[in-house]
Design a protein around this ligand. Structure first.
Ligand SMILES: Nc1ncnc2c1ncn2[C@@H]1O[C@H](COP(=O)(O)OP(=O)(O)O)[C@@H](O)[C@H]1O
Ligand SMILES: [Mg+2]
Length: 273
């Protein structure tokens, strides 16, 4: 059975509300890398949290822990106050319905039309009738600004359109939480900004809680209520956009300004030594 946990002294989400999602003392080792070293995080309903950090720091692994696709070595993951890290797959599948996951690669089914891709979770996970499914598919495609392309195959769509179809599929079951894994990577700045606008629109219209993994700082500043930075197994920053701009920690400022560090320069033979 899942248990509620009430650990004295555990960090509470700001604002006094009960957090929707919590990580408590999470450790995770993958191969030789200690990906998380006692990580704590607490997310409020309705907020958009942006997770930044260099490649390989564990951003995608973090999202996978939140939806139970990976389990911590130690520590707890809570959803609505309930421990989910040891739930059997069948129970976890029920909870996962509450999450829409936009994967790093859009991962559309190439042999299905855009509309059928969006219909897929509705056909698989609900007993809705065909006409109802079609209505929902049209509504979700309209939400992402692609009302006219339901009949097209993924190969006929641009990269930005594929992302948006994948997003329409991620929201097909009206999730409470949307997880975006590098939603703007590989898109030109205009297409990337369309995705930013969609993240804001879904927050506003569906009142979702969002977690956005990105290293696109323009995107981060546009969509974030709060930014956290993962570095070598820990969160080394947690605060607002204004706070991160003023952050004196060199590891943080270097990342948000996109500056190489001394080691990177040395490896290019650029420091005169
Ligand atoms: N399924 C896995 N098995 C073993 N190692 C993994 C697995 N998934 C990720 N890793 C490793 O965990 C680390 C963090 O990966 P990831 O979360 O994908 O980083 P990123 O911050 O770029 O999203 C990397 O070193 C990666 O190689
Ligand atoms: Mg990743």
């Amino acid at each position: 059975m899942a248990q509620a946990v009430d650990t004295p002294g555990a960090s509470r989400a700001p604002g006094g509300a009960d957090p929707l999602i919590e990580l408590m003392g999470v450790h995770k080792r993958l191969g030789r890398q200690q990906v998380f070293r006692e990580v704590n995080l607490s997310l409020n309903a309705g907020e958009t949290t942006v997770v930044i950090g260099e490649s390989g720091m564990g951003k995608s692994v973090l999202l996978k822990h939140i939806v139970g696709l990976m389990r911590p070595d130690r520590g707890h993951v809570l959803y609505r106050g309930e421990r989910i890290e040891h739930l059997p797959d069948r129970r976890m599948a029920g909870i996962r319905r509450d999450f829409g996951f936009l994967f790093q690669l859009s991962a559309l089914f190439d042999s299905m039309s855009a509309g059928d891709n969006v219909a897929f979770p509705l056909a698989e996970r609900t007993d809705k009738r065909k006409a109802e499914i079609k209505r929902i598919v049209d509504e979700k495609l309209r939400m992402v600004g692609l009302a006219e392309i339901g009949h097209k195959m993924p190969a006929e769509l641009s990269g930005g359109q594929k992302k948006r179809v994948a997003l329409a599929r991620a929201i097909a079951l009206d999730p409470s939480v949307i997880l975006y894994d590098e939603p703007t990577t590989g898109l030109d700045p205009v297409r990337a900004d369309t995705i930013n606008e969609l993240i804001l629109k879904l927050k506003r219209e569906m009142r979702v809680t969002s977690i956005v993994v990105t290293h696109d700082m323009a995107s981060a500043f546009k969509v974030a209520d709060r930014i956290v930075m993962l570095h070598e197994g820990e969160f080394i920053f947690d605060g607002t956009c204004d706070e991160i701009r003023a952050c004196a920690d060199e590891r943080v400022s270097r990342f948000i300004e996109g500056r190489a560090d001394a080691d990177d320069l040395r490896s290019l033979g650029e420091n005169g030594s």
